[in-house]
Each structure stands twice: as structure tokens, then as C-alpha cells.
Design a protein around this ligand. Structure first.
Ligand code: TTP
Ligand code: MG
Length: 362
């Protein structure tokens, strides 16, 4: 043994967009519901984001054209996805996750890996944790999810899909390879529309078939993916849960010797600070709603002032300089040279939730 094994929970909301809409409108609970613009109103364009289980029973699924879905279920209700709403729900779900651990890697609005090896509740049994989390999400948000538990991300994800909806599936290391061998090849993450037919052509229909292929063979046919799959099907996936320590603020400041004496110098200094600040924000994939400017003169009189806006500030140094100058202009500064300047962004949030790409939508 030696090193303590990781305990990873993959959480995936059930029929996410559809479930949220059914929660908020009970009339939708008993009808086939498809989250897509109504093809009658788009002239047939548009793609299905998701559908409730009733509509799925007739063969409707994500990424199918809305028109095709309408043919399958003529009496279905079509609803345009309300991303702002799902984002808010996602935030609320993450708030619950944070009661358990801060080691959270979001994959999409409705999906995340949690490393609960050491968790805030000090509970060792991850099944107890997962179950509790599901109950809490249900109690507070009236939504169900499914969880997969294992010692690595790949298997945890596969496990959460294994028993949907409202499932909890744990795969212990001792059973991992048996489990992987038993799964259809389409449930291996990384095998999508393009790769699936290639696999089938090579008679690789399940994990067991995959297991039987040599590393050379898989590399030759599938390159990097093949290299990974050779390991995945052997239960090997050492990727850590990539979480970001939550930062309250990110700031940059500089001391000036000799001190700054005119607006041109100040602007130049702000430019440099803003560029550095934006670099860090970009690297950490964060953006913020409050900009704080700090200024200290040669007499050591220090003033800080903040400006908060409803929307996140763009991570663009030129824009931040304009805001910083605006803040400075509101300060009643003494006419003394400036010794120190700083700008800080707070009210931070991950950019991932904003820029999440849903290429299926126009
Ligand atoms: P999924 O978790 O793949 O699907 P789901 O939550 O609707 O259903 P399941 O119970 O099988 O987990 O995706 C989450 C949300 O992302 C989904 O509700 C809608 C959106 N989505 C798209 O917009 N396009 C897509 O192609 C897929 C797969 C999902
Ligand atoms: Mg889901």
C-alpha cells in the first residue's frame, strides 16, 4: 500500500437542464420535454441540448437535431435553454460541494470531480459522503444527481454513468479491471462519434476487447488516445483532481524611487501593474467584480478605494487602467509625489462558468 489511495467522487446531475425546468414548472413533469429552440420557430435549425427521461424513451438524445426530435415525439414541449438559470443552479450545487471539500474540478455546469481523500467532514467512507451530498442537494435544491466513486477520475466518471438517475456506484480497486472489461466501448470517455466506428471496425466492442489489444496496436491505430486507453482499461489514471485554491483577491503593487510626479508616469505605472494583474487572472482563469486602487504618497499617507460593478471586469489591461484612473480621479489627493501604487481585483469567480463552450448552440 504505502501511499494512501485517492478517493474521488464524480458528480453528474440527472438530465440537468430538463430537470431544472421540471422542478420550476410542475406541468412539465408529465410531458416529454426537449431543451432546444422549437424547430417550428427556427425553421428547423437547432440542436437538442437535453431531454427529460420521458422524451428519451422515444429515442431523443443530446446533440440530435431538434427537427429529428420533433419527428420522434410530435407532442413534445420544446423549451429554449436558459443558461443563466443553469449557471445559478450550478453555483448553488458547488456551494454544497464546498461543505465537503474545496478540491473540486468542474467539467461542465452539471459535472465535477471531487477529491474527498481528506474532507471537511472527516468522514472516511466515500459512499457515506456521496450519499449525504446527494441528499443535501435534493433537500436544498430539489434536484437529483448520480455519483461515481473510485480511486481514479476515469473510473469515477464511468461509475457515475453506470446507474442513472439517482445512483451511487462505487468501484473498488480490486474490482476495477473486471468492471472496465464489462463496459461497452462507447462508455469509455474519449471514445466519441468519430472513434466509435473505428473501434467497432476493429471488433473492439467492450472493455474486454480493448484489454486484449497490445499497446503497440492501440498506439498505431489511435495515437495518444490509444496510449491512454491502454492504461485506462488497466485501471491506471494518475491525473489529479485539478482544483483551484479559492483566492479572495489578486493584486499587484510597486514602490517608486524616485516617486511619481505626473499623470504620464502614473499611467505608465498603472499600465504595467494592470498587465501583470491580467496575466495572473488569465493564468488562474479568474475574473472579478471589484477593482481596488491603493496609493501612498511620500508622506506615507495611504488611501485605498474600490469600484464594484455588476458584470465582471474584462481581463484586459487597457480597460482596467481606465477604471483605475477613474478611481484615482475621485480621490482628493494631496499634491505630493507618489511612492506606491497598487491595483487589486477581488470578488473573484472562475471564468470557466462564464465561457463554458456549448458549441452546439448558435
Ligand atoms: P449531460 O450530463 O451529458 O446530460 P444530462 O445531465 O442532461 O443527462 P444525464 O442524466 O444523462 O447526465 O449534460 C449536462 C447538460 O449539458 C445537459 O442537461 C445539457 C447540456 N448538454 C448540451 O447542451 N449539449 C450536449 O451535447 C450535451 C451532452 C449536454
Ligand atoms: Mg448530467
Amino acid at each position: 500500500m504505502g501511499l494512501e489511495q485517492r478517493q474521488i467522487i464524480h458528480v453528474d446531475m440527472d438530465a440537468f437542464y430538463a430537470q431544472v425546468e421540471m422542478r420550476d414548472n410542475p406541468k412539465l413533469r408529465t410531458v416529454p420535454l426537449i431543451l432546444a429552440k422549437d424547430p417550428l420557430k427556427t425553421g428547423g435549425r437547432g440542436v437538442v441540448a437535453t431531454a427529460n427521461y420521458l422524451a428519451r424513451r422515444s429515442g431523443v438524445h443530446s446533440a440530435m437535431s431538434a427537427q429529428e426530435a420533433k419527428k420522434l415525439v410530435p407532442n413534445a414541449v420544446f423549451l429554449t435553454p436558459n443558461f443563466e438559470k443553469y449557471k445559478q443552479v450550478s453555483k448553488a450545487v458547488h456551494k454544497i460541494f464546498h461543505e465537503y471539500t474545496d478540491m473540486i474540478e468542474p467539467i461542465a455546469f452539471d459535472e465535477a470531480y471531487l477529491d474527498v481523500t481528506s474532507n471537511k467532514l472527516g468522514i472516511h467512507n466515500p459512499v457515506v459522503l456521496a450519499h449525504r451530498m446527494q441528499q443535501e442537494i435534493w433537500a436544498k435544491l430539489n434536484l437529483t444527481c448520480s455519483t461515481g466513486i473510485s480511486y481514479n477520475k476515469f473510473i469515477a466518471k464511468m461509475a457515475s454513468e453506470y446507474n442513472k438517475p439517482v445512483g451511487v456506484t462505487i468501484i473498488h480497486e480490486a474490482y476495477a479491471i473486471d468492471f472496465l472489461k464489462s463496459q461497452p466501448i462507447s462508455s469509455f470517455r474519449g471514445i466519441g462519434k468519430k472513434t466509435l466506428p473505428q473501434m467497432q471496425a476493429l471488433n473492439i466492442l467492450n472493455g474486454s476487447d480493448l484489454y486484449d489489444k497490445s499497446e503497440e496496436f492501440l498506439l498505431q491505430h489511435f495515437g495518444k488516445l490509444g496510449y491512454n486507453l491502454y492504461r485506462r482499461v488497466r485501471g491506471i489514471d494518475n491525473r489529479p483532481v485539478e482544483w483551484q485554491r479559492e483566492r479572495k483577491s489578486i493584486g499587484k503593487e510597486a514602490t517608486f524611487i524616485p516617486p511619481l510626479t505626473n499623470n504620464g508616469q502614473i499611467k505608465k505605472a498603472l499600465n504595467k501593474l494592470a498587465t501583470e494583474l491580467v496575466n495572473v487572472l488569465q493564468r488562474e482563469q479568474l475574473h472579478g467584480q471589484t477593482l481596488v486602487v491603493k496609493i501612498r504618497d511620500v508622506e506615507f499617507a495611504t488611501i485605498t478605494k474600490r469600484l464594484t460593478q455588476v458584470d465582471f471586469y474584462p481581463n484586459k489591461s487597457t480597460e482596467l487602467v481606465i477604471v483605475a484612473e477613474k478611481i484615482l480621479a475621485t480621490l482628493a489627493l494631496e499634491e505630493r509625489p507618489i511612492r506606491l501604487l497598487g491595483i487589486t481585483m477581488t470578488g473573484l469567480a472562475p471564468v470557466t462558468f462564464e465561457n463554458i463552450n456549448l458549441p452546439l448552440f448558435e
